[in-house]
Design a protein around this ligand. Structure first.
Ligand code: AMP
Ligand code: ZN
Length: 112
């Protein structure tokens, strides 16, 4: 499968990792939109939020259960934003489910 994030998981493309366990990986975004910009992905290939279901959505709970620890390691004690872009209209460019973790400054509140 020609998926950039699956290649990062496989170690075929390097990444600057901030957290990894058997189910998920978090790494610094290559073109950061904030002083701290990390991408958190499941190791299982799920293309997007629109393909989540009762069967595969436990991974989302796992990701969110680790976000406080990841945020703490990045010194985001003042807060942060979690973003998911889904599909073309949502601005998704890499079709492997991921959550952006953004912070390190007071973020602009415009959502769309
Ligand atoms: P999205 O636009 O929501 O699909 O987000 C994809 C994100 O992946 C963008 O913020 C890109 O900057 C980021 N990205 C693309 N290639 C890489 C890479 N090789 N390493 C880290 N982040 C990447
Ligand atoms: Zn993938």
């Amino acid at each position: 499968m020609d998926c950039l994030f699956c290649k990062i998981i496989a170690g075929e493309i390097p990444s600057n990792k901030v957290y990894e366990d058997d189910k998920i990986l978090a790494f610094h975004d290559i073109s950061p939109m904030a002083p701290v910009h990390v991408v958190i992905i499941p190791k299982e290939h799920i293309c997007c939020a629109d393909k989540l279901s009762e069967e595969n959505s436990q991974i989302v709970a796992h990701i969110f259960s680790k976000i406080p620890e990841i945020a703490k390691s990045l010194n985001l004690e003042n807060g942060y934003r979690i973003v998911n872009n889904c599909g073309e209209d949502g601005g998704q460019t890499v079709f492997h489910l991921h959550f952006h973790l953004l912070g390190g400054k007071k973020l602009n509140t415009q959502l769309a």
